[in-house]
Design a protein around this ligand. Structure first.
Ligand SMILES: NC(=O)c1ccc[n+]([C@@H]2O[C@H](COP(=O)([O-])OP(=O)(O)OC[C@H]3O[C@@H](n4cnc5c(N)ncnc54)[C@H](OP(=O)(O)O)[C@@H]3O)[C@@H](O)[C@H]2O)c1
Length: 296
């Protein structure tokens, strides 16, 4: 049974706090106070939400049923330790990497504590409710806060992944691989593009659709078999092409005196990760790919 929430506080009017506040409001959840370190940030968000006012965090804790601490990870514990928590209200942080321990001072005062971590990147303070649609949100909380957070997540158009007993550092690293390291891949692709002799300023626009296409292929996988989302030379078992790619970057005096051995190493490491998928190559092709990609 989820508890009835009549007032929600957002403490931290940054990228996630703004998006969450706007999405909660769009889903008819009552955001009543907005707090932030700078009054201007809180004011800018509060003016976008009907019925919300700027408040000090102490006031938010005293008057709201559910308080989201959407401040940077390093600020959560000191902020939680500084507030006058009370029995009967809920305190929730949104960090993927942190456990509920950071909210211990609230728990000691009788406040139920939880985590709601959206598996999504919120790059801007403008706040966009649609960024919650069809995403997953990690949730950890005791009853009845867990049911309340599950209902909120469903109302935002997202699904729940329960985080009880989950290694939070590894869970958050998974999110970093999927999100932040996609940017690292874009940077590596841009390096290869430039080494090929193409203009750097065309790289992002030319390569981003390929990344979007790959992400769409991953999203469309129905049987959980990532190999079905894979195209390209490793999927095809095209050994000669893989050999040419490696030679192009390895700095071999004949083939690529201006090579980039780091790029070759990255190509190998990521390619080796693909070989762990079920690619269904004939044994000789699989063996040669392993030799090429697992070397070094
Ligand atoms: N952004 C994302 O993509 C994303 C995704 C999932 C989870 N998260 C989680 O969401 C939380 C916030 O991240 P963010 O990216 O939104 O950070 P952010 O953009 O830096 O926003 C943090 C906000 O908190 C305010 N603030 C900082 N210290 C404060 C304090 N002591 N008291 C009150 N307000 C304070 C800042 O203040 P002023 O602006 O007022 O100076 C800022 O508006 C983190 O736990 C993060 O792990 C973020």
């Amino acid at each position: 049974m989820s508890a009835t929430i009549e007032s929600i506080a957002i403490v931290g009017a940054g990228r996630l706090g703004s998006s969450l506040a706007v999405a909660l409001d769009a889903a008819s959840h009552p955001v009543r106070t907005v707090s932030s370190r700078n009054a201007a940030s809180a004011e800018a968000l509060a003016t976008r939400i009907d019925g919300a006012r700027v408040a000090q965090p102490e006031d938010a804790v005293a008057t709201c049923d559910l308080v989201f601490l959407t401040v940077p990870d390093g600020e959560i514990a000191p902020l939680a330790a500084s507030l006058p928590w009370r029995d009967g209200c809920f305190a929730v942080h949104c960090s993927g990497a942190l456990t509920l321990d950071v909210l211990a001072p609230a728990a000691q005062a009788g406040t139920l504590t939880g985590c709601l971590h959206p598996l999504q990147a919120f790059p801007a303070r403008e706040g966009d409710a649609s960024r919650f649609h069809d995403i997953a949100c990690g949730v950890e909380a005791p009853p009845p806060l867990d049911a309340t957070l599950e209902r909120i997540v469903a109302d935002l158009g997202a699904s729940v992944v329960r985080l009880e007993g989950v290694d939070r550092a590894r869970y958050h690293a998974a999110a970093v691989f999927a999100s932040n390291y996609a940017v690292a891949l874009a940077a590596a692709a841009r390096r290869a593009w430039e080494l090929a002799g193409l203009p750097a300023d065309r790289a992002r626009a030319a390569l981003a659709p390929l990344m979007l296409g790959a992400a769409q292929n991953i999203a469309a996988v129905t049987n959980d078999d990532l190999a079905t989302a894979l195209t390209g030379p490793i999927a095809r078992g095209d050994i000669a092409t893989v050999e040419r790619h490696l030679a192009a970057f390895e700095g071999n005096a004949d083939t690529a005196p201006d090579g980039d051995p780091e790029l070759a190493a990255l190509y190998r490491r990521l390619g080796a990760e693909l070989l762990a998928l079920d690619l269904d190559h004939p044994p000789a092709v699989a063996a040669r790919l392993r030799e090429l990609l697992e070397a070094g």
